[in-house]
Design a protein around this ligand. Structure first.
Ligand SMILES: Nc1nc2c(ncn2[C@@H]2O[C@H](COP(=O)(O)OP(=O)(O)O)[C@@H](O)[C@H]2O)c(=O)[nH]1
Ligand SMILES: [Mg+2]
Length: 250
């Protein structure tokens, strides 16, 4: 076994009302990436998502669960997952949605980039063309508009900054003061990538195909959009002020 294959991989998946998806999702991830572990962060989903996870035969071995008392948002769910991952020494930590918008078959492409030296691998729907299936055109325009807005205000050279299919090396997460992250919706994705970029970590994009969820309902809202507009302005300002967080990699 080479050194790289000993790297410990964790897929963090936040869930709110994903009973129709979660077990199939775990099957697909562990099928593609047999050595990986999956951590579900569930916010007291009323449809019993957490109970399904706890009764899975892999629970406690390769499947783990953090249960929170109520719906507290995507960003804080990921932060809980990142702290869990850091405390247990995982090397490569993925973010993925439970609803199959992110295809587990693409995980090996992320691992390949990370093993070539990337500290943060971003799945991009927009690098080299648009690859989004079944989204209403209004949602696509919102996402593309957000991407341009982020590039303009922050200068961050990333084609799909709101994307949520990502892979962090642990040292990136360790370098970021997670308690200082303010965003909780899609802006959370922008903010995490922003601080990694400001710290000088190597960021690579991999093309992904994004398909809208086939089952369950979206949690996208106006409040999430409003938060993103303000947070990106704030990040743009912090960049002008020369603010960084954490130390550059040696
Ligand atoms: N734990 C937790 N998970 C959430 C919350 N909001 C969304 N999610 C999960 O985050 C992922 C992305 O959300 P989703 O509704 O698919 O967003 P959309 O595809 O962009 O419309 C899914 O796995 C959701 O179940 C939340 O408040 N808490
Ligand atoms: Mg989704």
């Amino acid at each position: 076994m080479d050194l790289e294959s000993r790297e410990r991989v964790l897929v963090v998946v936040p869930t709110y009302v994903e009973a129709t998806n979660i077990i199939r999702f775990i099957d697909a991830v562990l099928g593609r990436c047999p050595g990986a572990h999956v951590l579900v962060i569930d916010d007291a989903s009323p449809d019993g998502t957490a109970d399904l996870v706890k009764s899975d035969r892999r629970f406690g071995a390769s499947v783990f669960l953090v249960e929170r008392p109520g719906k507290m948002g995507l960003g804080s769910a990921y932060i809980a997952g990142f702290r869990w991952a850091i405390a247990r020494g995982y090397d490569l930590i993925f973010e993925m949605d439970a609803d199959f918008s992110h295809d587990p078959a693409e995980i090996p492409n992320f691992l390949a980039r990370a093993r070539e030296g990337a500290d943060l691998v971003l799945g991009s729907r927009y690098v080299g063309g648009v690859r989004v299936l079944n989204w209403p055109i209004s949602r696509l325009f919102l996402s593309l508009g957000a991407a341009h807005y982020v590039q303009l205000l922050t200068g961050m050279p990333v084609t799909d900054p709101t994307g949520g299919f990502k892979c962090f090396r642990r040292r990136v997460l360790e370098s970021i003061d997670l308690s200082a992250i303010q965003s909780n919706g899609y802006a959370f994705q922008i903010e995490m990538t922003f601080w990694a970029w400001r710290s000088g970590f190597t960021i690579r994009e991999v093309p992904i195909i994004f398909a809208d969820r086939a089952a369950g309902t979206s949690k996208m809202s106006m409040a999430i959009t409003r938060e993103a507009i303000w947070q990106v302005m704030r990040l743009g300002l912090l960049r002008l002020m020369g603010k960084t967080m954490g130390s550059r990699p040696r």
